[in-house]
Design a binder for this molecule. Structure first.
Ligand SMILES: Nc1ncnc2c1ncn2[C@@H]1O[C@H](COP(=O)(O)OP(=O)(O)O)[C@@H](O)[C@H]1O
Ligand SMILES: [Mg+2]
Length: 219
C-alpha cells in the first residue's frame, strides 16, 4: 500500500525540502520504492536531484508537479511506489490545498520559535477542515527542525505547538552543517555520514512516522 506524505509549511526556509529529501533517501535505503514530488515552483528538490546525478544516480527520483493537480496525479501513481513524498510549496495556497488532499499524512516542519509555529496556524486550519470531511484523513504532526543542540525547546514554542493541537514528533532535527551541505551537493546526511548524528536524527523521524502512520512502512 502506498503512503503519501506531504511535507508542508507555507513559510519558506523551514526545511521542507531538506526533510523531504532525507526522509525519502532513508526510506529508499530501507528497501522502499520512493518518489519525491516537487510541488514548489522554485524547484529546489529538482535542483537537488540534478546535482545528485553527478555523483549518485541511485537517489530517489524527483518529479515536478507545480499546478494544483496533486490529488489526481498522485492517485495515478499510487500502487507504483511504497512512499510518495510531496515537497510542499511556499506561499501558494492552492498548491498547499492540493497537497493536503493528496496526502495520507502531513508533516509540518517548524523552526523552534513561537513566531514560526504560529505562522503555521493557517495550514493547521486547512488540514483540520479537510479532516472534518474525510474521516480524519490526512493525519498530521509537527516536526521541530533546526533545534540548537543542547537547548530545550523554549516554553513559548512548546506552548504554541500545544495550542495548535496537533501531535509533535519527539524526534527532531538539530541545526547541523551536514543538512545544508547535502542539499547543495545532491546528497543526503545518510550518504555523507552513514552513522553520523544527522543520519540518526533522520532514522528516528522515520521510525516515529512509522508508528504514527499506523500502517507499517515497508522495510
Ligand atoms: N537541520 C538543519 N540544519 C542546518 N541547516 C538546515 C537544516 N534544515 C534546513 N537547513 C537549511 O535551511 C535552508 C532552508 O531549507 P529548505 O529545506 O530549503 O527549506 P524550505 O524547503 O522549507 O524552503 C537550506 O539552506 C537548508 O540547507
Ligand atoms: Mg523547499
Amino acid at each position: 500500500m502506498t503512503q503519501v506524505i506531504a511535507v508542508a509549511n507555507q513559510k519558506g526556509g523551514v526545511g521542507k525540502t531538506t526533510v523531504a529529501v532525507n526522509l525519502a533517501r532513508a526510506l529508499q535505503l530501507m528497501g522502499q520504492q520512493v518518489l519525491i514530488v516537487d510541488s514548489d515552483p522554485q524547484g529546489s528538490a529538482r535542483d537537488w536531484y540534478q546535482a545528485s546525478q553527478n555523483q549518485n544516480s541511485d537517489m530517489p527520483v524527483v518529479v515536478g508537479v507545480d499546478r494544483p493537480v496533486l490529488e489526481t496525479s498522485i492517485k495515478k501513481l499510487r500502487g507504483s511506489f511504497d512512499t510518495i513524498l510531496i515537497d510542499g510549496a511556499a506561499k501558494l495556497q492552492d498548491m498547499t490545498v492540493s497537497a493536503i488532499k493528496a496526502a495520507d499524512f502531513v508533516l509540518i516542519p517548524v523552526q523552534p520559535s513561537a513566531l514560526d509555529i504560529w505562522a503555521a496556524e493557517d495550514l493547521v486550519e486547512l488540514i483540520k477542515a479537510r479532516q472534518s470531511v474525510t474521516e480524519g484523513r490526512p493525519k498530521a504532526a509537527f516536526l521541530v527542525n533546526r533545534q540548537i543542540v543542547g537547548t530545550r525547546l523554549a516554553s513559548d514554542a512548546n506552548g504554541a505547538l500545544e495550542a495548535l493541537n496537533l501531535p509533535i514528533l519527539a524526534a527532531r532535527t538539530t541545526q547541523r552543517v551536514a543538512y545544508a551541505e547535502c542539499m547543495s551537493t545532491g546528497s543526503t546526511v545518510l550518504d555523507l555520514e552513514t552513522n553520523g548524528q544527522a543520519a540518526s536524527e533522520i532514522k528516528a523521524i522515520v521510525h516515529e512516522l512509522h508508528t504514527l502512520l499506523g500502517t507499517p512502512l515497508k522495510g
